[in-house]
Ligand binder design. Sequence first.
Ligand code: CP
Ligand code: NVA
Length: 307
Amino acid sequence: MPRHFIRIRDLGPDARVLLIRAGEMKKSRFRSDLLHGKILVLLFEKASTRTRLSFEVGIRRLGGGCIFMTPAESQLGRAEPLEDTARVIGRYNDGIVVRTFSEEKVRKLAEYSGIPVINALTDQGHPCQVLSDVFTMYERRPDLDKVKVAWVGDGNNVANSFIEAAMVFGFALSLACPEGYDPDPSLLAEAQAAGAAVTLGRDPKETVAGAHFVNTDVWASMGQESERKAREKAFKGFFVDGALMSSAAPGAFFMHCLPAHRGEEVSAEVFEGQASIVFDQAENRLHTQMAVMERLFTDMHIERNKT
Ligand code: CP
Ligand code: NVA
């Protein structure tokens, strides 16, 4: 059975090992032939800069090849069922990196393709981003379980993955979201029931107090463009500026998965300031995803050798 990376919790209890491995790969500018002769499909139903580039570069650094595919350029755009597309991809290719709307589609690809599938963003989560974000925090604070992370703004896909990350890596997470824009309530309840230090409030200043990392994201995610006006109204006050950063712990860092809208969720001053580690987060996508691919494909290699 191939292994997949669909949610942060798929990493299991040895998730920290991946952080260590990503660090080694970053330091050594890691190259290998692990994926030699293997070709992964990047199936993207939404726009991307970082995710596409970091996967294409990472796959090549591991010696593999990739094919970028969108619905518009394939029969998916003409209503060929995903189950059929998945089975075809599985006959030619060795892995799938998918960016789409529902996690259900990612699971369907995993079920029908028979090859490892990596979730490169859905409306419900963005595990690759948040793994990179956790690694970026870990570089500064290896004692992750003593760290407080604040999330200000939309309880969106990235926020959901942060809740899972708080469960897996043991950091405290406080979210401030406007009413009506909360993260997945069942995930939040599950995290709290499992004893994770995850709280949800409405006041950004209270939420950020004492935080070591202050995180935000756009007010309207991909696919929510028609809600932009309503969201602009709802999110007034849910932005990160110098005043809000000064409520955080001394030396706190500012984080954003990018792309960012200066003057909306973050001020230009904070975005460009000393505390901002947004481009480290972007760089670390490459290293953490290489560590994920190494894990998925090394395990598969062992399984194939066994049979
Ligand atoms: N952060 C992120 O996933 O960026 P892209 O949409 O550019 O891939
Ligand atoms: N929440 C954003 C993240 C983009 C990387 C979106 O889904 O558009």
